[in-house]
Ligand binder design. Structure first.
Ligand SMILES: Nc1ncnc2c1ncn2[C@@H]1O[C@H](COP(=O)(O)OP(=O)(O)OP(=O)(O)O)[C@@H](O)[C@H]1O
Ligand SMILES: [Mg+2]
Length: 205
């Protein structure tokens, strides 16, 4: 089982959204996943627990080292967005891939840079990727130049696939039938969810 840890010390950048929608996208593709929520806020565990009857290939683990009751290809770990990231760094489980979400907002980008620097310092061998979230409709060439420049400055590649700003993604937090995977797929960008999942899997072979 490969481990993907989603980390960004800035709150509200989409860590839990990424973990939940990716767990659901992988589930939809028939890939068995385990999910562990290390944020005491419990966003990811409560979100997924509400949807579990409809998610046969997802198991929530209380701890990252808990053995899943059935084989899972991937363990997705959500982490907390507040507090002193440097202080908790050493308590974070090792992962095969570290995903650092950032939105195209200057403060998110600045903290993404700090998160990446800390990961590089504490986990020199780590495979780290940025993932851009909340890309707005009408993302222009100049917005693109700015994202490319920040990606270069942060010093790790970004996933080729990005997540757009989309109300159906936000509403996917509601329990089924209103929310969940079915709601996420009403986004006009929904194809990017399996595309991100495939790109993540390709980094783990
Ligand atoms: N692509 C998106 N489109 C629309 N809304 C989004 C998107 N990504 C995240 N959001 C919304 O932004 C808010 C914060 O997202 P989320 O809870 O995933 O962030 P987080 O990084 O896990 O926050 P925390 O650090 O508090 O755990 C939520 O209301 C979520 O629905
Ligand atoms: Mg969260």
């Amino acid at each position: 089982m490969k481990t993907v840890l989603v980390a960004q010390s800035k709150g509200g950048v989409g860590k839990s959204t990424l973990v939940c929608l990716q767990a659901m996208a992988l589930n939809h593709c028939g890939v068995a996943v385990a999910v562990c929520d290390l944020d005491m806020q419990g966003t990811t565990s409560s979100w997924l627990t509400e949807q579990l009857p409809k998610l046969p290939n997802i198991e929530i683990l209380p701890q990252p080292d808990t053995k899943p009751s059935r084989p899972a290809a991937l363990l997705l770990i959500d982490t907390a967005g507040r507090g002193d990231f440097a202080a908790i760094m050493d308590t974070m489980p090792a992962a095969d891939l570290y995903l650092v979400p950032a939105t195209p907002a200057i403060e998110d980008i600045r903290i993404a840079g700090k998160t990446v620097a800390l990961l590089k310092q504490h986990r020199p061998q780590a495979v780290i990727r940025l993932i851009w979230n909340r890309i707005r409709e009408g993302h222009s060439d100049s917005d693109e130049t700015y994202l490319q420049a920040f990606t270069e400055q942060i010093g790790v590649p970004a996933l080729r696939n990005r997540i757009h700003e989309s109300k159906p993604y936000r509403d996917a937090r509601f329990p089924p039938p209103t929310g969940g995977w079915a709601r996420a797929t009403t986004s006009k960008y929904a194809k990017e969810l399996p595309a991100v999942a495939t790109e993540i899997l390709s980094l783990l072979v």
